[in-house]
Design a protein around this ligand. Structure first.
Ligand code: ATP
Length: 706
């Protein structure tokens, strides 16, 4: 028998307070079925201890509005279900059945348009606490390709473990997870070079750092070959065996993969057609007169049945499983398909009979909630259930089956979800730490991104030399003042486009990773945004300084320090403002629209910059645009730095030079009364307004993607 290294793990997971990392014991029957033999017993001993989590949902309905407001589409139709800790659950169903929608709702990724209740360990779910206990690993791995496995893990531990955790401990955690997930050999490999299966394992490793007791996976096997699929599901199984609640959507697993799941939740047309042990699926379908042919994959069969290939059985199956309120458990009789009428006394008596109760915990729980026992409350649901069951037995209405079932797999109602997950802090680290870690990571990307860095540097030097050669030595020549003004305007144009076009792509390219990491509580949007926006400023500043030094010297602008500083300040501010415009456009729209609109939107600002038409020549009703034109402030700033502040007359090599006196040039441009301080202040204000707008647009976009 082939021993699969990745499958041979025991990943100690959530523990109850006082219970020292005791892995959940798999039942004997299942451990025989699954061909995973521990070759090397490994446990994740360094991970933080977390409580086990059971998730239940009742009468979940999800509606979306389509097109016109009145057109409402119901995607999930009052489904119920229960997902237990220590189990690997598959959500299956035909395409369009609502699997991803259900997963998105259970993770808390989608919240609007939902009706029904979701409980965590028997308590109504508090989304904020729940998000700290769970992680959502989306279909496309959403990894940064420019980091090595080790670096990616370093970022995850720096953000997901409390700041007080020592460096040595973080390294132990990384080492242990990588070894356990079979990635230690690849710790120096760039994530972009990992295979599909390795990427999936890395995605899991990154989220495993803070040991979330509940993990959701959207199609974890998509794009993997059969061997990698097996490795991946084996890994999920071992994570579940560590006490975690592992839930994944899956299309049509092979029979071998299907057997590895403990629990199956099947949807058809937004309703539940099966909920229960995978091992009992065939038997249950048989009891509903749907015989799975011999040697037929049960997973394929239930999908075929759900698709209507054996007639319209959806309604029958939904009624039989009570739309997910029943749960077919190993070792327990099937539930009765009759749904009791709660207003009918006779039916109610029947409904309290063991056949109904033993497979429908929600009925017992609801009844218990309606009739609270002395001394018990909602937080002591487990004791209450046992007491309720004992009462029923005492009344002669039931057998100890309810008790048996409760003991077989109790709702973790008594387990406190507080501890670090219950702390009021949303994130494991402070916003300053988040800012610093994301900033360091972004700077590392920038240094490794050849296009972004070296091409930009090359472009600034090359264009600087070209412009210097074109306008060589014209700065002090009175006969070439108009050309010099052209040079000043071109500077604005060049700096604007180079800064803007780079940042237009920042957010659209980062969006998928941002969505995942922000949702999984790695960092706040504020910290991320600050880091991203700050990260490019030093590079842009260096490129701008290099360019300005080259052109300033080659074109022989006045060699006075204060003029150079003012000139440079105007150029730097134009770069930063243009960067901000790129960020706003990138945050507000998609790449296609942004790449077209950003340059087009800049045209009015260029037209009203004061270069083509002087301020007094602009029609009064259009003058307001000049106040918005950041190019105008930049152009004015460089013109004032060059010609203002009592500059001496320029050298004239001809008989008459109209612009010999620098004041004549400024008057011609209607800049006689202009003040460079105002220009710099205006650029700073525009910069701040744009940066805040980019943040607001990004926040809106992040919300609208969900
Ligand atoms: N925002 C929406 N507006 C309109 N219809 C939607 C929306 N979101 C989902 N749907 C519809 O809801 C149904 C369920 O979608 P969902 O993505 O959950 O299916 P699925 O079972 O995951 O499918 P697949 O296996 O193909 O990914 C589909 O018919 C889909 O078209």
């Amino acid at each position: 028998m082939k021993v699969d290294k990745d499958a041979s793990l025991s990943l100690a997971g959530p523990t109850v307070a006082g219970d020292e990392s005791k892995p959940f014991l798999s039942d004997r029957k299942e451990s025989l079925k699954v061909t995973i033999t521990p070759a090397q017993h490994k446990t994740l001993t360094h991970l933080p201890k977390r409580p086990p989590v059971d998730l239940a949902f009742t009468d979940l309905t999800y509606k979306v509005q389509e097109g016109r407001k009145s057109n409402v589409k119901t995607i999930l139709k009052s489904v119920s279900g229960r997902l237990r800790s220590g189990e690997l659950t598959a959500i299956m169903g035909p395409s369009g059945a609502g699997k991803s929608t259900l997963l998105n709702i259970l993770t808390g990724y989608k919240t609007s348009g939902m009706e029904g209740s979701i409980t965590v360990n028997g308590m109504e779910r508090n989304l904020s606490s729940f998000r700290k206990l769970s992680c959502y690993i989306m279909q496309d791995n959403q990894l940064h390709g420019n980091l090595t496995v080790e670096e990616a893990m370093g970022v995850a531990t720096a953000l997901k473990l409390p700041s007080a955790t020592t460096k040595a401990h973080k390294e132990e955690v990384i080492q242990e997870i990588l070894e356990t997930l079979g990635l230690s050999e690849h710790h120096k490999t760039m994530t972009s070079n990992l295979s599909g299966g390795q990427k999936k394992r890395l995605s899991i490793a990154l989220e495993l750092v803070n040991n979330p007791p509940i993990m959701f996976f959207d199609e974890p096997t998509s794009g993997l070959d059969s061997s990698s699929c097996f490795q991946c599901i084996s890994l999920l199984k071992t994570l579940a065996r560590g006490g975690r609640t592992i839930i994944c959507t899956i299309h049509q697993p092979s029979a071998r993969l299907f057997e590895m799941f403990d629990h199956l939740y099947t949807l058809a047309d937004g309703q539940c057609v099966y909920q229960g042990s995978t091992g009992r699926l065939v038997e249950w379908l048989g009891s509903q007169s749907l015989q799975c042919p011999s040697y037929h994959n049960p997973a394929s069969f239930i999908i075929e049945v759900s698709c209507g290939e054996y007639g319209d059985n959806t309604g029958k199956l939904v009624r039989a499983i009570n739309n997910g309120k029943h749960d077919i458990r190993n070792g327990l009789p099937f539930p009765e398909s009759k749904v009791p009428d709660l207003n009918n006394k006779k039916d109610m008596e029947v409904s309290l009979a063991p056949e109904v109760n033993k497979n429908d915990l929600s009925q017992v729980r609801d009844k218990f909630r309606q009739e609270p026992q002395n001394g018990s409350n909602g937080s002591n649901l487990q004791n209450g259930l046992l007491q309720y069951a004992a009462n029923e037995i005492a009344k002669g209405k039931g057998e100890p089956l309810v008790v048996q079932m409760e003991l077989e797999k109790q709702d973790n109602a008594s387990v406190s979800l507080l501890g670090d997950s219950g702390s009021p802090r949303r994130y494991a680290t402070s916003e300053l730490t988040q800012f610093w870690v994301v900033l360091k990571r972004t700077l590392l990307f920038s240094l490794r991104d050849w296009t972004l860095m070296y091409l930009r540097l090359f472009a600034h030097i090359l264009v600087g030399i070209l412009i210097g050669a074109l306008y060589y030595n014209i700065g002090n020549d009175a006969s070439k003042v108009l050309s010099n003004l052209g040079f000043l305007f071109f500077n604005m144009l060049f700096l604007m486009y180079t800064s803007m076009t780079i940042t237009i792509l920042s957010f659209p390219l980062e969006m998928p990773v941002l969505v995942k990491e922000h949702f999984n509580r790695w960092y706040s949007l504020k910290s991320y945004y600050l880091a991203i926006t700050v990260s490019d400023i030093p590079f842009q500043a260096i490129f701008c300084i290099i360019y300005v030094v080259i052109v300033y010297l080659l074109t022989s602008q006045p060699l006075e320090m204060f003029r150079f500083v003012m000139f440079l300040t105007s150029c730097l501010l134009i770069s930063f403002v243009a960067q901000s415009v790129g960020l706003v456009v990138g945050a507000a729209m998609n790449v296609q629209n942004g790449v077209f609109l950003a340059p087009v939107m800049s045209v009015p600002f260029l037209l009203f910059s004061g270069f083509f038409v002087s301020f007094n020549a602009i029609p009064v009703y259009l003058r307001w645009i000049t106040y918005l034109s950041y190019i105008r402030y930049g152009f004015e700033g460089t013109a004032l730095a060059t010609y203002s502040f009592n500059r001496t007359n320029l050298v004239c090599h001809q008989v008459y030079c109209h612009f010999k006196d620098p004041d004549t040039t400024l008057d011609e441009l209607d800049m006689g009364d202009a003040d460079i301080t105002l220009d710099i202040a205006a650029l700073c204000v525009i910069f701040l307004v744009l940066r805040v707008s980019a943040f607001l647009f990004l926040r809106w976009k992040l919300k609208s993607t969900r």
